[in-house]
Design a protein around this ligand. Sequence first.
Ligand code: NAD
Length: 484
Amino acid sequence: MSQLTEIVSYSPATGHEVGRYPNTTPETINELVARASAASIQWRALGFRGRKKILRAWAHYISEHIDELAAIVAQETGKPLSDATLEAVIAVDHLSWAARNAGRYLRNSHRAPGMLMANMSTHVEYQPLGVVGVIGPWNYPVFTPMGSIAYALAAGNAVVFKPSEYTPGVGYWLGESFNKIAPEANVFFVATGGPETGAALTKSAVNKIAFTGSSATGKKIAASCAENLTPVLMECGGTDPAIIDRDCDIDKAADAVLWAAMANAGQTCVGIERVYVHQDVAAQFTEKISQLASELVVGRDYGAATMPKQLAVIDSHIKDAARLGAEFIVGSADSVQPPYVLPTIMTDVPEESLANSEETFGPTLTIRSVATMGEAIALANASKYGLAASVWSKRQGKTIARQLQCGMVSVNSVLAFTATPTMPFGGVKQSGYGRIHGPEGLREFTYTRAVVALRFKIPLIFTTFKRTAKTDSFIKRLIQLLNR
Ligand code: NAD
């Protein structure tokens, strides 16, 4: 079957069409990658300062037109305008940080040559990869891909970006805005389209794929990239826990955890889906969070589910929990009311239920009372995912955080790492591998090159067929002395 020439973008709130964009073909993907590859040489030659100028001008442009961008985000995702604006603000902060700091973190790193090579000078270079293919999701269609786009460009790469088919207008706007700033650069192309367009990008001559999306799609992408050993950065899903200790500020914890669970209609990769609360404060916490949840207004505090088919997934998780004996503290087994999902908080939900073991990606939360923080840690870690977590404790916050198997933890706060450009972002286990943001995020889009150069000649040369017995005996003695 031939590929459709266009994809249509709809408003999830109204169901109305809001735009049409090309469904980029594999042939066009290959052309774009070839153009980006050719232009990347000039981009690399600009150096950190040259690229910084352009990327900061882009950040300036986006910040000046943030209302325009936020309006498209709100329209295509269904999220409130205020949330869309906040998302764009954080994305610009990352772009600006990457532009300003790439030179600092990617400059040559001098290394000690060691005793055996004391006559050599040694350093490591961080070289751009070439062309990075970025495949993005719809839930944070500016913030999430920008974590790869900005860092890859700042590191000296060209980028071909395939936005989600649910938010092509946002991707298109980003491409147009960059081209207004640097019309001749040819280093940032946006290829709108569906999964086939993404698949074509993974098979193209890109030098790395930076993927953000579900773990199921991530596995397909990793398999496709394996054919050419194309490296992949995987930012996938999770079912993140919050751990509530008995000595924490319960009111603050309830307020923040509720927001982390339900903002953006629960469609946040690092959103909280499970709570493990100390039994001494479980009743107090549950009562407080339920009271706050009952004050939420759907359509005002969060919007419609962006992807209609996700509603069936959320519904199946809620119904599965109900079947397994869940008690509904807020909401009910019928919380899914298309295109919205009502706030839903459940207790007595078994760990093996879909709601606890799989990513729900809706405004739902399970709460379980635990006898000790050790039990909470064990339950938090029992997941196949390991993206992020939130810990609430006055005395033991960092001690608990250290024992969690995940890439990011907020102590006495939620999601704080997202708006901190210096901090690496990413997960472990089936939540993915590799890091965006921070120095690690810049290095993710480079390869290291070891450069060792002769500084001065010494009489004992190892790297020759003319090596003498005297040299052999000297190096043997030297290593024995060094390891006494
Ligand atoms: P998805 O996996 O359905 O799609 C993501 C992207 O992959 C889309 O652009 C899609 O077109 C593309 N795609 C689909 N099939 C493909 C294939 N075979 N080859 C190449 N590309 C393909 O994810 P989604 O529904 O758009 O996003 C939600 C998911 O993203 C959630 O699981 C969420 O947790 C995750 N997410 C993770 C992070 C993170 O940083 N870890 C951030 C945001 C979202």
